[in-house]
Design a protein around this ligand. Structure first.
Ligand SMILES: [Zn+2]
Length: 127
């Protein structure tokens, strides 16, 4: 509550932050998909134990790729929101999200109050 709408300068800073994050994530994902491809797994697995390790590694890699892909999606959505002049507005209650929170989480789509409600609710909701 009481968070201020973004100034032009703040919006430009966050736009820059999001673009940098976008480029970084694109790069990370490219590396992850390249390095953790099935060729690499096959080349290093020579015994059953190695296969098990390789599988765990592949699982971890997949989790990492999924997480990075999710973040990349969130960053893309945030950039689209800037284009539509909706950036920095809570999508649940319409209040300003506030500059300090956006600096910490540039792809945040909800204000702190709504985010906490959402997290509390999803803890009890079936997945
Ligand atoms: Zn809200």
């Amino acid at each position: 509550m009481g968070a201020e709408l973004l100034s032009d300068q703040q919006q430009r800073d966050l736009h820059e932050l999001l673009l940098r994050r976008y480029r970084l994530l694109t790069q990370i994902l490219r590396n992850e998909l390249h390095v953790d491809g099935s060729d690499a797994v096959q080349a290093t697995a020579t015994s059953d134990a190695d296969w098990a390790t390789a599988e765990v590694d592949a699982d971890l890699a997949l989790t990492r790729v999924e997480r990075d892909q999710n973040e990349l999606n969130a960053v893309s959505r945030a950039l689209a929101r800037i284009d539509r002049d909706e950036y920095g507005i809570c999508e649940s209650c319409g209040a300003a999200i506030g500059y300090p929170r956006l600096l910490a989480h540039p792809s945040a789509t909800r204000c702190l109050v709504c985010q906490e409600q959402q997290e509390t609710a999803s803890k009890f909701a079936p997945l």
